[in-house]
Design a protein around this ligand. Structure first.
Ligand SMILES: *Cc1c(COP(=O)(O)O)cnc(C)c1O
Length: 412
């Protein structure tokens, strides 16, 4: 009898995006003339930078001739891209990362989802709340949690990210069992918060002390516009032994539909075998990657490389600036309306709290839909600590953002 992985039955179905679609469809049916503006989606809306498109085209042409055709490439990614990343994203900022510590992949979603399989099923896992659901669900599937009860999985540690801590949780001091595997995401999705050097240092120190591992998701690093904010966990002393970093071209250069990302695993980063011996995670991931993955397509890697050319860098910056200006328009309007507004400064996401702490996320969502015909994402869909908030995405065209904001008025 073929039996299923019973852990899948523990997965709590998230109805967030289907609930949103249902409510929007019902509203549209009642108000056929209303032009609804969607500000809930976390997807890029503008075209690829032209430098990337040119490199993409010319790599496709190479595939069209026997002399320049490429078949399977290295699973870890082409040297040209790994070197460009190590140089432009790390070494130029004084961060010690070499090209062979960069693994190219087809997405940070896959990498953040797959990395957990290197670790024992009995490690204690911690996530921020609110959270990007991939970290949670992949650990549930692997059997690292108990059942879903009262809005949370048993056995998972939730690091509460609230107004009180500026949406940046501190390492726990009160746990009987210290945590072993910690997912941190900065700039954060959904709250838009960023962490300081001191805050990240406390996490690195915790990981060293407790022999834990930090999984640092920096998918939104390109939105940081302040040099004093760490861009990489590897700017923090000690991190090379205790951290892995995930990055992606999705949000930085509009590659959500093109697919290219990378994971940094320093050669000195370690985990432990049951006898306490130190094991290089770099070797484990290399083994996993070469066994289960066959590389990102050559034209896509050429398109990604073009992000680091002088024109590509300039165009990418302009693209992000455009979204950051949207974010600033949204921030300003929501503040004027009396909402508590967070994020949107080094992030495409604005995290807004209702004026009254008793308003729940869905009430807030319905009010915006009915009064302004604007769709946002209810914060409760990202975790218990998201209740009372909604997330606005700055991934949109300026005219729609302006229109949406002007529809929001004082009597909202
Ligand atoms: C969008 C996003 C990613 C990127 O995923 P890709 O698979 O590279 O497109 C990773 N982490 C977070 C938190 C995200 O929001």
């Amino acid at each position: 009898m073929i039996r299923i992985n019973a852990n899948y039955q523990k997965l709590h179905a998230s109805y967030l995006f289907s609930d949103i679609a249902t409510r929007v469809a019902a509203f549209q049916a009642e108000h056929p003339g209303a032009r609804i503006i969607k500000m809930g989606i976390g997807d890029i809306t503008r075209a690829l930078p032209s430098a990337c498109v040119a490199a993409f085209h010319s790599a496709v042409d190479e595939m069209a001739s026997d002399e320049t055709f490429r078949g399977y490439g290295p699973e870890q990614g082409y040297e040209f891209l790994r070197t460009a990343i190590a140089t432009a994203e790390f070494r130029s900022r004084g961060v010690d990362i070499s090209a062979d510590e960069v693994f190219i992949s087809d997405g940070a979603k896959c990498d953040t989802g797959n990395i957990q399989e290197l670790f024992s099923t009995d490690v204690v896992v911690a996530v921020q709340d609110p959270v990007y659901p991939v970290y949670v669900d992949t650990n549930v599937m692997a059997g690292r949690t108990g059942e879903w009860r009262r809005g949370r999985y048993e056995g998972m540690v939730y690091l509460e990210s609230t107004e009180k801590n500026g949406f940046v949780p501190e390492p726990p001091v009160d746990l009987v069992d210290p945590i072993d595997l910690v997912y941190l995401c900065f700039p954060n999705n959904p709250t838009g918060s960023v962490a300081t050097k001191e805050q990240l240092q406390r996490w690195v120190d915790y990981a060293i002390e407790h022999k834990a591992l930090l999984l640092f998701d920096a998918a939104y690093v390109a939105f940081i516009r302040d040099d004093s904010i760490p861009h990489s966990i590897f700017e923090i002393p000690g991190a090379r032994e205790v951290a892995i970093e995930f990055r992606s071209f999705s949000k930085s250069a509009g590659f959500t539909g093109t697919r290219c990302a990378y994971t940094i695993i320093p050669k000195s980063c370690r985990a432990f075998s049951s006898d306490g011996a130190s094991v290089a995670i770099h070797e484990l991931w290399n083994r996993r990657h070469t066994t289960k993955f066959n590389g990102v397509s050559y034209p896509v890697q050429r398109a990604a490389e073009a992000v680091f050319s002088p024109e590509g860098a300039k165009q990418t910056r302009e693209l992000i600036d455009y979204y950051l200006e949207n974010a600033s328009v949204i921030r300003e309007r929501l503040s004027e309306l009396g909402f508590r507004v967070y994020g949107g400064l080094h992030s495409p996401y604005i995290w807004a709290g209702a004026e009254s702490r008793r308003t729940d996320s869905w009430e807030f969502f319905d009010r915006l839909l009915h009064k302004a015909h604007v769709v946002c994402t209810p914060g409760s869909g990202f975790g218990a600590c998201g209740e009372g908030y909604v997330r606005f995405s700055a991934f949109n065209d300026r005219a729609s953002v302006d229109e949406a904001m002007s529809r929001m008025s004082g009597d909202l």
